[in-house]
Design a protein around this ligand. Sequence first.
Ligand code: ACO
Length: 331
Amino acid sequence: MDMGKKAKIIGTGSYLPENVMTNSDLEKLVDTSNEWIVSRTGIEERRIAKEGEYTSTMGVFASQAALADAGVLPSQIDFILVATLTPDYNFPSTACLIQHAIGAKQAAAVDIQAACTGYLYALSIAKAWVESGMYKNILVVAPDKLSSITNYKDRSTCVLFGDGASACIVSLEGKGLVIETVTLGADGEQALLLMMPGGGCRHPASAESVAMSQHTIHMAGNEVFKHAVRRMESASKECLASAGVDEKEIAWVVPHQANIRIIEAIAKRFEHLSPERVFKTVHKYGNTSASSVGIALDELLKTQKIHSNDKILLMAFGAGLTWGAAVLRYE
Ligand code: ACO
């Protein structure tokens, strides 16, 4: 065990289904318009998993990309941490399905659930476990198939969501992004603002629960919007302070991709954050929940020139309510 070393992300990967759902496709399903969706959310299209493509299958593709990027074999993974709110089954865990599919026979595996903040919660756990010496290589996977719990008759939610998966390998060894600090928070008092009421032990599946659309996302969008802006701003500022990093030093901000207006509102609350340093994928993928920050981070690393010592700020917010931020430093 080396107490001095910090955990790093040594490889990233992501996966988006091929099938594109445009705003004009949604115009055929609900009373909405491309103009409304673009002006209120910034979303132009999103990806939807095809028949037979599940949260685990998307997670496997993202995991294989992250393993290849890190140069790590499945046999070298000793823990698989999956953050998802749309598991293939309530049990067994999606982590076990991914463990089998990638052939990581040595790895223990578990799911965690922090909705859209799942990637950051998983990163924080992986960092602590790796730095304690408990595990060497942790595979973090954040896959979500939101189309499976979206009500395509509810225009206030169905325009927002898409499917996708992201993954990363967290380790002490190798080159990559040092995880300097992760800040997390939650407020269960607001739990009912954003939820899926059915399918758990309170309202198990029944003909009535199906008739009442209880197995889909229910959201008080306006309220969630305000919490998202406030919480991501404060988590980010707290995270920067505890990392001892000034906002002027941030090369890139990678926010949860829920709504362009949320992203712009947060950016305005920083004094020295130029909008072109805020990385966005929301226009083409919509809100892909837990996977969103990881997909954007993977795309940032693969498409932009990142320099030695560049600092990247991640931030996320989701049901729970939950939120978090992380400061990463490129070696
Ligand atoms: N097309 C046309 N009109 C619509 C649509 C639509 N798709 N959806 C809602 N409207 C209407 C409403 O009915 C309302 O009409 P009314 O004034 O006649 O009642 C009007 O548009 C305004 O509705 P609001 O809800 O006030 O619209 P708002 O500007 O707040 O945008 C939105 C709604 C996009 C949902 C926004 O509130 C939002 O992004 N919220 C946050 C979502 C989020 O970030 N979630 C994060 C986590 S997600 C997760 O954890 C799974």
